[in-house]
Write a protein that binds this ligand. Structure first.
Ligand code: BGP
Length: 461
């Protein structure tokens, strides 16, 4: 069968400044929470590898953009580093950073690759985290000023903007489950950070629209379909609550401009609601996006709790459900994540049926593999598993399109093996492999395959 995609479909990949730029504490850049946490606890990072060890896009940008072109990308997402552009978090702009991002944007455009620019990818400047990060409403002002600066500097050429990548991840990691700095475990503080993040998002959306630059602005959410273990009402209710907490907490404000009533009722019942101020409601309503980026890696399998919650334990989402290891599910054995290709279709269908069919695209999807060097033959990684992974997801995306979803493109995570938070280089995701020592780049078999798919705007199966 031939799978063809609509004309102008976006073929590309996604990356981020903190995971690729390198030069983490030089050229005017100040520390982010990652630089700081690595200094405090290097043992929390796989093999003690911190954010300074990357594919050094800061120096290799031209070579890397040539590789993107070789892979037939027509679009590419990266982010601006706030701590590089505005080293104190607010105030003076670092002109060296402006020159760097200008070069990158101009070179992408010269190569016929549309830049998608994200403003925040988990990389809170330390100076602002020291003021409470997004727990502090003042940081919303700082974020808005940063967003305005980016629009002002680059908005004449950048037409696709995103306010945040996976805004729930710093909330879960930093304030609930201890896998990001500041390693707090406190639901109400987490809810405050989540709420303020969406207020900041809405401020940036408003600021962008006021400019009338003619482009579009969105947000990138990691959506994890929540499937109940059974149709038993207790399991269904458990999956519904997981969905409210992990998907709809950001999806509803992004697409409907307000929070789901049952989520608000649940949090208020347990006294976990963040403090609101007059005008917040209207602001959130103004934050409805033009374009939704969907990061999809794996679903959530949910069952009702198998034991009673200790009422004295601190409030956690897991009061209401537990994870369920579905027998026979297909796994990525290297990363330990489930592979469920149909999830991509389920997300698109839900958006079409329940959310008015918004313009969207798959902004991340990918397969992390440990010790990938073992699949090297004649100097190239033979990653047939990754080809199968992408192909099978694309088939379900294609089905979504055939039923009317407005999915405009597919971006793979990621272009080149990159540094990834606490996992550092444990799991490799790229179409291009990176030798960290020599900085040599080599296109993997999957990269060659993707190059063809993009050129033909489809594939045969
Ligand atoms: C997404 C993030 C990316 C990247 C990816 C892979 O959640 O947006 O930044 O890290 O996940 O994750 P990991 O490297 O932990 O396997």
């Amino acid at each position: 069968m031939h799978y063809s995609f609509p004309e102008g479909f976006w073929w590309g990949s996604a990356s981020s400044a903190p995971q690729t730029e390198g030069e983490s504490l030089s050229h005017g850049k100040t520390p982010t929470i990652w630089d700081h946490w690595f200094r405090l606890q290097p043992e929390r990072f796989h093999h003690g590898v911190g954010p300074a060890q990357t594919s050094t896009f800061y120096e290799h940008w031209k070579e890397d953009i040539a590789l993107l072109k070789a892979l037939n990308h027509n679009t590419f997402r990266t982010s601006v580093s706030w701590a590089r552009l505005i080293p104190d978090g607010t105030g003076a702009v670092n002109q060296e950073a402006v020159a760097f991002y200008n070069q990158v944007i101009d070179e992408l455009l010269r190569q016929g690759i549309t830049p998608f620019i994200n403003l925040f990818h988990f990389d809170m400047p330390l100076s602002l985290q020291e003021q409470g990060g997004f727990e502090n409403r003042k940081v919303i002002d700082a974020y808005e000023a940063y967003a305005r600066t980016c629009f002002e500097l680059f908005g004449d050429r950048v037409t696709h903007w995103f306010t945040f990548n996976e805004p729930i991840v710093p909330v879960e990691g930093g304030y609930l489950y201890d896998f990001h700095y500041p390693n707090v475990v406190d639901f109400r503080r987490a809810a405050t950070v989540a709420y303020h993040t969406m207020l900041a998002h809405a401020r940036a959306v408003k600021a962008y629209r006021e400019r009338n630059d003619g482009g579009e602005i969105g947000i990138i959410l990691n959506l994890t379909p929540s499937y109940p273990r059974s149709q038993n009402p207790a399991d269904v209710k458990a999956a519904h609550i997981a969905d409210l907490m992990f998907n709809r907490s950001f999806l509803d404000p992004a697409l409907r401009g307000s929070y789901p009533e049952d989520l608000v009722a649940l949090l208020s019942q347990y006294d976990q609601l963040p403090a609101c101020q007059p005008g917040d409601k209207e602001l959130l309503a103004a934050g409805v996006v033009d374009l939704l980026g969907i990061n999809y890696y794996q679903p959530r399998r949910i069952q009702c709790r198998d034991s009673q919650v200790n009422p004295d334990s601190p409030f956690m989402p897991e009061w209401f459900f537990s994870a369920y290891e579905m027998p026979g599910r297909k796994m990525n054995p290297y990363r330990g994540w489930e592979i469920y290709e149909k999830g991509i279709y389920d997300i698109l269908t839900r958006l079409r049926v329940e959310y008015g069919n918004p313009r969207c695209y798959i902004s991340e999807n990918g397969m992390g593999v440990e010790n990938e060097q073992r699949f090297e033959q004649d100097g190239q990684i033979q990653d047939d598993y990754r080809i199968a992974f992408v192909r099978d997801h694309l088939k379900w995306l294609h089905k979504g399109l055939s039923e009317g979803s407005r999915c405009l493109g597919y971006h793979m995570w990621t272009f080149i093996d990159n540094w990834s938070w606490c996992n550092a280089y444990k799991n490799r995701y790229g179409f291009v492999s990176l030798d960290l020592e020599s900085q040599k780049r080599t296109i993997k078999k999957s990269g060659e395959w993707y190059r063809q798919v993009a050129a033909k705007n489809g594939f045969d199966e």
